[in-house]
Design a protein around this ligand. Structure first.
Ligand SMILES: [Zn+2]
Length: 148
């Protein structure tokens, strides 16, 4: 018997990919293109998850769990060698930006978040789409605008 196989994991994978992209755009529109660790445009600035996506999947789309930083200056050192002074500097900056109890705050948020089932992810996509519309509308000011 033939049946058309619904590859759910792949649909889900694609949805998460779209969400990752939208989430990254939202953070970038909200915070600008600087590396938050060094306060300037570092190489390959992107979103770094403070608590990793692998260990904390529910915090994947939580803004409080995001630091905008360059790949080499932030990501690499903080994930690969926590004793490296550069990693310790990243840690120090995260505390300055998010507070000394940033981990506990994230655990608190995590406790109240639902699992990333497809309904949750679909709702998130609608929410992100709306957020992006608002952010883009605010960014592109019409010429004939007469704001004081
Ligand atoms: Zn940097």
């Amino acid at each position: 018997m033939k049946y058309s196989k619904l590859n759910k994991s792949s649909d889900r994978g694609r949805l998460i990919k779209r969400l990752d992209k939208m989430f990254s755009q939202i953070i970038s529109l909200e915070r600008g293109s600087n590396c938050e660790i060094h306060g300037k445009i570092c190489d390959r600035v992107g979103n770094m998850h403070i608590l990793s996506k692998q260990a904390h999947p529910r915090l994947r789309f939580v803004k409080e769990n995001i630091v905008r930083c360059g790949w080499f200056c932030g990501h690499y050192w903080s994930h690969h060698n926590s004793d490296d002074p550069r990693a310790q500097f990243v840690q120090k900056r995260i505390i300055e930006i998010h507070g000394a109890d940033y981990k506990n705050k994230l655990y608190e948020i995590e406790r109240f978040l639902g699992q990333h089932n497809s309904l949750y992810l679909q709702a998130l996509e609608i929410k992100f789409r709306q957020e992006l519309e608002v952010l883009n509308a605010n960014r592109i000011q019409p010429h004939e605008g007469r704001e004081e």
